[in-house]
Write a protein that binds this ligand. Structure first.
Ligand code: PGA
Length: 248
């Protein structure tokens, strides 16, 4: 049985004050989440503060991105070793906003994935198609290409120590969720693709769904066979909305 993981991606949101309220609220509600794992991914500068706030609360901590380099003259970057040093266990790589707004290529994402794993961080590898790609019938090709970039660089076995997040780009922040059946179809495709290379890894790897998940749709999404939790954006910004998903 794979454990369910619910991870909050706060994106470019929050302040010291709002984050204190948010994390305390989540910590207070943790008794209701059952056996699920819960994690939050704050903006870089708040990670040390959140690390203190989550101590002893059974809430995991992740970053939203990471440098593909270890150290040196890379102005503005934050390394995997630094993230580990300040208490992260996870790092999101290849989020569609990094890909589409900041021009991150499949190969860049794969390099960040490797950099994270090298320091013992668990990458949350985001994959997903644009609306026009879905409409053109290209969903599986796109997701396969994004996965292959990582498998080619890091090997399929590396996915045993990673999390995959399927996030159809047309469902992110739009209020349009993939139906549980639409999501399950792609999750099964991803697991099948991995199983063709290594069945044990395919059985083990957690595949999260992301894209307008909320307290009303989480339970039916998480009930699908190959959906092992969610990566949550908008609904992770208040403890009420986030806990409604964690307890779903
Ligand atoms: P959303 O974002 O829940 O606001 O759609 C999900 C994500 O981008 O990870």
């Amino acid at each position: 049985m794979r454990q369910t993981l619910v991870a909050g991606n706060w994106k470019l949101n929050g302040s010291k004050e709002s984050i204190q309220t948010l994390v305390k609220g989540i910590a207070d509600g943790m008794s209701g989440v059952g056996g699920k794992a819960v994690a939050v991914c704050p903006p870089y500068v708040y990670i040390p503060m959140v690390a203190d706030l989550v101590e002893g609360a059974n809430i995991g901590l992740g970053a939203q991105d990471v440098a593909d380099q270890e150290s040196g003259a890379f102005t503005g970057e934050v390394s995997a070793a630094m993230l580990k040093d300040v208490g992260c266990q996870y790092v999101i790589v290849g989020h569609s906003e990094r890909r589409s707004i900041y021009g991150e290529k499949d190969e860049d994402t794969a390099a960040k994935y490797v950099a994270g794993q090298k320091e013992g961080l668990i990458p949350i590898l985001c994959v997903g198609e644009l609306l026009e790609e879905r409409e053109a019938g290209d969903t599986e090709n796109v997701v396969a290409r994004q996965l292959d970039a990582v498998i080619n660089l890091a090997g399929v076995e590396s996915l045993a120590d990673a999390v995959i997040a399927y996030e159809p780009v047309w469902a992110i922040g739009t209020g349009k969720t993939a139906s549980p059946e639409q999501a399950q179809e792609v999750h099964a495709f991803i697991r099948g693709k991995i199983a063709a290379l290594n069945e044990d890894v395919a059985e083990k790897v957690q595949i999260l769904y992301g894209g307008s998940v909320n307290g009303s749709n989480a339970a039916e999404l998480f009930a699908m066979e190959d959906i092992d939790g969610g990566l949550i954006g908008g609904a992770s910004l208040t403890s009420e909305a986030f806990l409604a998903i964690c307890t779903a």
